[in-house]
Each structure stands twice: as C-alpha cells, then as structure tokens.
Design a protein around this ligand. Structure first.
Ligand SMILES: *Cc1c(COP(=O)(O)O)cnc(C)c1O
Length: 412
C-alpha cells in the first residue's frame, strides 16, 4: 500500500480532481476503485515486527480503532480538500465535535461559543462541559461587540458554526479568530453548512474544522460520519491520544461509502447551491412567504460578509410563512416532492420545521433569541430539477380556493 510515485502533486490540482483522486492508495491488485479493508485487526510477519510496530520504529497498521487503510484514504482526501495538515475521522459528526472539545479542554478552562449551534453541540457546551468544571459563555455570533466582550478574558476554546442552522446567520471568521487568539483560545469551526468547497475556515484564521460527514460529504443519506481537521501537531499530540483511547472510530465500511460520496461533492454542492439560490429568489417573490434567509441575497443582513468568506450561499434556504406553526405545517403537509425530514445535505430535497423538531428542546426563549419563529421552514435543497422543486413549493404555498372562498373545494 504505497501511493503511486508517478502521481502528480494533488495539492496543486483543482478541487474536483482532489475529490476524485486524493488519498488513494492501491493495493498490489491495482484496483481502480478504493479498496474496502473491512478488518478490525492486522497480522505481523513475526513477533519482532509486532514489537517494532508497538515501539514505533516500524510503520504497520495495528488495530482499526487507531487506524485503517480505507479510513486513512478518506482522511487524506479530506486533508487535501480542506488544505489541512492532518485529519481524523469519527463515527458521527457529534463524535468529532466531542473529541475536538474534550481532547483540548480541562477543568478550569473557559469556552466561548456562538449561541446558534447545532442542538447537540449546544448541549455539550451548555450541559456537559460545566459538569467537568469548564466554564461556558454564549454570544450572538453575528455581534462582534459580544465576541469582543466575551473574549476580553482569558479563554481556551471558541466554538462556532457559520452559516448557522437554521437561520443562516454568519460569523465573521477572521475578526473572531483574531480576538480569540489574543485571548489565548483555539477556534473550532463547525463547517457543515458551507462544506469544504464553499468556505475554508483554516484559511480565514480557524485552528480546527469539524464536519458531520453524514451531510454533504455522503450526500446521499446513507451513513453517519465525522471529521476533525487541523495542524499536524495538534491532531497528533492532542486529538489522536483521545481518539485512540476513547474509541469513536469510523467504520471502514462507512469510510468507503464516504470516499465514493465525496468523489461527486463538487458536482452536488454546485448544483444544489445554484438551485437553492434560485429557490430563495422564487420564495422571496412569493406572496405566501413573509421572509427568506439565504446568505448571498441582497436582503441578508450579512451579504457583504457572505461574499468575503464564502464562494456561494450553500444548499439550505430558510423561509417563513404567515400563520405560525399551523401555517408552516399546512405548507409542509402539502409538499409532494420535498420530503418532511430533520436531516439535510441529501440528494433529496427535505423540509424541516425547526421549532418543533431540531430546535424543540432549546425552549421558546432561546428560539426567540435565535430568531427561529413558529412559521419558519428550513429547506435542504437536493439534486432534483430546479423547476420541479419550485413547482412543489408553489403548489404547497398556494392557498386552496376552498379556504379563500369558503366553498367546498370540489364543487360549484
Ligand atoms: C448534523 C450536524 C452535526 C452532527 O452530526 P451527526 O453526524 O449527526 O452526529 C453537527 N453540526 C451540524 C451543523 C450538523 O448539521
């Protein structure tokens, strides 16, 4: 298992090329597609080789909780696409976030996080970390003054998501990274919504990037997975011992599915982002829609920031209809093509009502702070033809004549 010595330096080639070829290591069989090494352990030529492997003087796979050839191909490919020195993958996105935080932090440390976090990330910061004596403070991610105030004290770690779920609020990455570094903190960015193609946090000042590979990287709703990327020294000295000993390892089978999924990431994210931008415009003009949130639109209050740090608006559009929860449920229940789901980043378009599902547990007060109204619907745009998605939304948003006139729907 060695990389082909005649291969070009992939880091100099385009993103789509890296997504197809990055990290590939062929076995002596010369297979075209990445091999699936579905093995938990490895054997040695002799006892001496085993001893040397454990002493670290010989490189040899030991155990798939530590490393596996299929998983290593995925990690190498993710490094190449992110421009990171090192990567470790995990069984889920949450295992990646948990490992990044718990490997770095200790009792007495302090974390500052943007309030608009994925629900389970919010739980780790607000509920789990304080149990271990780690102080946590939340700020409004879009408000630099709040970051400045929170980071005027010594801080050890900053966690944020940009664009955020589900209101697509942005955090100014270079500005927050500068404040965080002065306060002594590393910056961990959950880059799920932007994907590694539309935003590269490491180039904008972040120290660590985490992914739920479950979303766009698989992109076809099949497997769970996570990834942590950063500098070699931090990954090897801080993260690796934590992962090795606590065991959030990604299954080689899921790594293989993700390797095949990521080959089409550029095609999928590009197509879905273009459709999402079109759908955002359609929704904004529709009389049945009261508001639309989409990062690159002129009516997004951080459009200039979106243009500075993202290359496209992404695959998620959030919109609001009148009538609160009832209004939103009526629209969602009329959808025929778009499925009701709490997932995102799938090839199938999905609609979510955050207030009663993904963001139900955070409570009414926190939802109000995040601007999540009862009429808000999050749309994850898939790979269907844009006119079909548009048509489905138009028929769902159209108030049936029966309701408008008070007459039975099917009769004069
Ligand atoms: C889905 C998601 C996660 C968690 O990932 P899992 O793979 O479901 O564990 C974390 N952050 C964001 C932004 C997500 O969308």
């Amino acid at each position: 298992m060695t990389p082909d010595p005649f291969r070009p330096d992939l880091s100099r080639l385009g993103a789509a090329t890296r997504l197809v070829h990055g990290g590939t290591q062929r076995s002596h069989h010369g297979e075209t597609s990445e091999a699936l090494f579905l093995t938990s352990g490895y054997v040695y030529d002799d006892a001496e080789q085993a001893e040397a492997t454990f002493a670290g003087t010989v490189e040899h796979y030991q155990y798939s909780r530590f490393a596996n050839p299929t998983v290593a191909m995925l990690e190498q490919r993710l490094c190449l696409i992110e421009g990171a020195e090192e990567c470790r993958t995990t069984a889920t996105g949450m295992a990646a976030v948990n490992a990044a935080l718990l490997s770095h932090l200790k009792a007495g440390d302090r974390v500052v996080a943007a309030r608009a976090l994925f629900g389970s990330c919010h739980w780790i910061v607000s509920t789990l970390l304080p149990k271990f004596g780690i102080e946590a403070e939340f700020v409004d991610g879009a408000d630099l003054a709040q970051w400045q105030a929170a980071l005027s004290r010594r801080t050890d770690l900053v966690l944020l998501e940009t664009p955020s779920n589900p209101m697509l609020e942005l955090v100014d990455l270079p500005a927050v990274a500068e404040l965080a570094h002065v306060a002594g903190a590393i910056v961990v960015v959950d880059n799920v919504f932007a994907t590694p193609l539309l935003q590269q946090p490491l180039k904008l000042g972040a120290d660590v990037v985490v992914y739920s590979c479950t979303k766009h990287i698989d992109g076809q709703g099949r497997v769970l997975g996570g990834a942590v990327l950063g500098r070699g020294k931090w990954i090897n000295d801080v993260l690796q011992p934590f992962i090795r000993n606590t065991g959030p390892a990604l299954s080689p089978f899921n790594a293989w599915v993700l390797l095949k999924g990521i080959e089409t990431l550029a095609l999928r994210v590009d197509a879905a982002s273009r459709t999402a931008a079109t759908i955002a415009d359609v929704l904004a003009r529709h009389p049945g829609v009261t508001r639309v949130w989409y990062p690159m639109r002129a009516d997004h209050k951080q459009q200039a920031l979106a243009r500075r740090q993202m290359s496209a608006g992404g695959t998620v559009v959030t919109f609001e209809v009148a009538g609160g929860k009832d209004g939103a449920f009526q629209v969602m229940n009329r959808l025929q093509l778009i499925a009701v789901s709490n997932n995102l980043g799938d090839s199938k378009s999905l609609a979510t009502h955050p207030a009663t599902t993904t963001h139900m547990r955070i409570g009414e007060q926190e939802r109000a702070r995040l601007g999540i109204t009862d009429g808000a619907i999050r749309l994850s745009i898939g790979l269907e033809d844009a006119p079909d998605i548009e048509q489905d939304l138009r028929q769902a948003l159209c108030v049936p004549p029966a309701r408008m006139s008070g007459l039975a729907a099917n009769g004069p």
